[in-house]
Design a protein around this ligand. Structure first.
Ligand code: PMP
Length: 350
């Protein structure tokens, strides 16, 4: 840190992304990427745009927003797009988070970081002992609410009716539902955006649409909230999505059935993974995401993480009190999961 950093940023603890090591080829099950490549047509669309990089991208992203509006049965004014859903979460905390924000204590690690960045008082709300969210803890609060549904890293989801109760109980505050993993089996709140002007649904192309490296996220909400997000985006970086990513997003939506078919393959692999891990005596939380959260009664989480890494399999381990025994394991291809099972088998035998 230099002496020039503004005082207000000095205590900031930045987010730590999952590791992307370069020392060897790993089976990468640590950052919830999609194991399948972008769907047909995406690479060609990106290559075509690569020859036009002398021109700025469309700051209002009309074509992509129209395609998303058609896909989700809303209007263009209900759709916001930006550089990854992280960008949108940041804007949402900046726009709607003051003076205080509530979110589950075990959830996406970026929420407290955004709160810190924008001087917002963070109120983590403890999960129940079974790691579920208790919706009654989110009733009639005096601030912004952010809930990942399904939650990360647990993978557990609330019902839409439970989220509707939260929306009704907090009419004067924005409720952000982070649906980064919704396409892997949870129910989306997008239909509720027609009814509640305080609901902001955020999704991403990173997981279900195999575009993590392109950085593309979107939000669906009442047009007032979308206009607010546009104002923040146009006050920071109007060209936050580059031409190639815009083209990739459009091409991906044209082949959306292929994306959803990949999600179904991942759901099937998840079911097989849960069964196999339980056979190995792991406790596995019920997941509606493209990862599972699991712990073993006789093996320390940090130990398993290190042993797996030594065998070329990367998973995510969080060294924080309530979840230090758990591993978050991304669902890869059936072949990748087989490598994981073999590695776990040999570690647990030892
Ligand atoms: N929300 C949740 C719950 C996540 O786990 C992630 C992925 N790290 C994101 C949002 C951000 O995804 P992206 O910026 O790639 O859209």
């Amino acid at each position: 840190m230099s002496r020039y950093l503004m005082d207000k940023y000095q205590p900031l603890v930045a987010y730590t992304p999952g590791e992307q090591p370069r020392d060897m080829q790993y089976v990468k099950l640590n950052t919830n990427e999609n194991p399948y490549p972008p769907v047909p047509g995406v690479t060609e669309a990106v290559m075509a745009e690569a020859g036009r990089l002398e021109l700025y991208s469309d700051p209002v992203c009309i074509d992509l927003r129209d395609a998303l509006a058609a896909r989700y049965g809303v209007a263009r004014q209900n759709v916001f797009v930006s550089n990854g859903s992280d960008d949108i979460l940041n804007f949402a905390f900046m726009a709607f988070g003051s003076p205080r924000a509530y979110f589950p204590d075990i959830s996406y690690g970026f929420y407290p970081v955004y709160a810190g960045l924008h001087g917002i008082d963070a109120h983590p709300v403890p999960l129940r002992s079974d790691f579920s969210i208790d919706p009654t803890d989110f009733m009639a609060l005096d601030g912004f609410i952010a809930i990942a549904n399904p939650n990360a890293p647990t993978g557990m989801a609330l019902e839409v009716s439970q989220i509707e109760d939260i929306l009704q109980a907090n009419p004067d505050h924005v409720v952000l539902i982070d649906e980064a993993y919704v396409d892997f089996g949870a129910e989306s709140c997008v239909p509720l955006t027609a009814k509640y002007d305080n609901l902001l649904v955020v999704q991403t192309f990173s997981k279900s649409r195999s575009m993590a490296g392109a950085r593309l996220g979107f939000a669906i909400a009442n047009e007032g909230l979308i206009a607010d997000l546009e104002k923040i985006k146009f006050s920071t970086n109007p060209y936050s999505i580059n031409r190639m990513t815009l083209a990739a997003g459009l091409a991906t939506l044209k082949a959306d059935d292929a994306c959803m078919a990949n999600c179904q393959r991942i759901i099937d692999t998840r079911q097989a993974t849960v069964a196999r891990l339980r056979q190995m005596r792991f406790e596995v939380l019920p997941s509606k995401a493209n990862f599972v959260f699991a712990c073993h009664p006789h093996a320390d989480g940090g130990f398993l993480y290190r042993q797996l890494k030594a065998r070329g399999v990367l998973v995510r381990h969080f060294d924080s009190p309530r979840i230090k025994d758990f591993l978050r394991i991304t669902i890869g291809t059936p072949e990748q999961m087989q490598t994981l099972f073999e590695a776990l088998g040999s570690i647990l035998e030892g």
